[in-house]
Write a protein that binds this ligand. Structure first.
Ligand SMILES: [Zn+2]
Ligand SMILES: [Zn+2]
Length: 457
């Protein structure tokens, strides 16, 4: 196993510190074959493990007591862990309400743990465990909400966004202690709203770019989840009709995927005015307000997708507004990125706070044989006609992170950012120092800002 060989070389190098690296590489065949890589791959930080005991600040939640910024003490890192000095962290709406400064008591209160919220960030590697191969000290890394180990059953079957490191039931150990001695864990083993984070390497993707950290902070979770929905799992086709329900951070990632993949039109459904306007800036060709469209929304979308002719022998779609023919009209690709309200919005409210109605509408506005993906965490269940499920040929794709394979996809989305084709900057509507992290979470909860970013320095 290559990493065992690499580790043994490092140990040997430490015990023979008088020997120069160059001589050591020359001295052994293994060194000639592997040493260059191994010696570069392991930094002095590995050998000393000197970061334990470091003091740092974190925005963290205490069960039933809300969230505060406190000073923590770092615990030793484990062999496969990476110590990351966080530069920027964009709070995810799914952390609401438990990450709020006035978090409610009860089940939402962190399952009794002292926890650093969020599950994605960007930063610089400061120390790596002895078995870490993927990143080096000094690398800038995007820490993603979903891991990609490349070795588990899910990864080997092409489903890295269901990697067993994320969904395998692993219990992530505490990575720090609070001033009162309480062990502190990171949400989902990642956290992010702290000056330091300790994550396993399977969540880290090194990025080699000059794109600012503040923009990269959207690549571990929100923007990439939506973008991947259109690029990775559903693969939007050029010239197609795309509908996106919800112009939040995930939905706007999907809108951008529609634009980049060459969709003929990208129809957005969003109750909040500033989000509709932003959707149009980022690639939506039409932005509809579900509160205005009401019960006519699905038919409006079908009309927008019906094309220039209803002559079937000329490649047209049937325009009959009722009966089975109505199912012929509609979007080729639909992405529902709404979900439920985790907190009462302080802007325009959607027609259904549970998120169920958009799921039903997404199903109905997709054409026969079309594709749809559900990405929102909703409240409750929704039902489909068994016959339509069987006969209309619509393919439902699992949402999660949209087929996102973090090691494969983050670098190529970075390239698109460098070319100006993916716009994270316009999605960020406020930056906050760590002391004001609570405000960053509150704006996200209120939906008064699309994305906020906590900057650590
Ligand atoms: Zn998230
Ligand atoms: Zn895996």
């Amino acid at each position: 196993m290559p990493f065992r060989i690499a580790a043994s070389i490092v140990v040997r190098m430490e015990s023979k510190s008088a020997i120069s690296r160059r001589k050591l590489i020359k001295r052994t065949a293994a060194g000639a074959a592997l040493g260059g890589v191994a010696l570069q791959a392991q930094s002095p930080g590995v050998l000393r493990g000197s970061s334990a005991g470091r003091k740092f600040r974190a925005y963290m939640t205490r069960p039933g007591a809300g969230s505060v910024v406190e000073e923590l003490t770092l615990l030793p890192i484990q062999p496969r862990q990476v110590l990351v000095r966080i530069e920027a962290c964009a709070p995810c709406y799914t952390t609401i309400p438990r990450a709020l400064p006035q978090a409610p008591a009860g089940p939402a209160a962190n399952r009794g743990r002292v926890e650093v919220p969020n599950h994605a960030a960007v930063g610089v590697v400061e120390e790596i465990g002895a078995l870490v191969k993927r990143v080096q000290k000094g690398d800038r890394v995007v820490v993603a909400g979903t891991s990609q180990c490349g070795q588990c059953y899910q990864c080997l079957h092409g489903d890295a966004d269901f990697c067993q490191f994320t969904f395998g039931g692993d219990v992530f150990p505490p990575f720090a202690t609070a001033s009162d001695g309480s062990p502190v864990v990171a949400q989902a083993g990642v956290g992010g709203s702290s000056e330091l984070a300790v994550v396993t390497e399977e969540y880290c993707c090194p990025v080699f770019t000059t794109v600012p950290a503040v923009e990269l902070s959207l690549l571990g979770d929100q923007l990439t989840s939506g973008f991947a929905a259109g690029m990775c799992r559903m693969k939007i086709e050029p010239g197609s009709n795309v509908v996106v329900f919800g112009a939040g951070p995930v939905g706007l990632g999907a809108v951008q995927a529609g634009r980049v993949m060459g969709a003929a039109q990208v129809i957005v459904v969003e109750p909040i005015r500033y989000r509709r306007e932003l959707a149009e800036k980022l690639g939506a060709t039409v932005a509809l307000d579900p509160n205005v469209e009401g019960a006519g929304l699905v038919e409006k979308i079908r009309d927008l997708c019906k094309g220039p002719t209803d002559r079937k022998f000329a490649g047209g779609e049937a325009w009959t507004p009722t009966g089975s023919a109505s199912g012929a009209r509609g979007a080729d690709f639909t992405i529902d990125a709404c979900g439920k309200d985790n907190a009462p919005p302080k802007v325009e409210r959607g027609p259904d706070p549970t998120g169920i109605l958009p799921m039903q509408q997404a199903w109905e506005c997709t054409r026969m044989g079309g594709h749809l993906m559900y990405m929102g965490a909703v409240q409750g269940n929704f039902s489909l006609s068994g016959s339509s499920l069987a006969l209309l040929g619509r393919t439902i794709h699992p949402g999660q992170q949209g087929g996102f394979h973090m090691m494969r996809d983050i670098p190529r989305i970075v390239k698109l950012m460098e070319r100006g084709l993916v716009d994270a900057k316009s999605m960020i509507q406020g930056t906050y120092p760590l002391e004001k992290a609570g405000e960053a979470y509150q704006e996200v909860a209120d939906r008064t800002k699309l994305c906020t970013v906590i900057l650590m320095s």
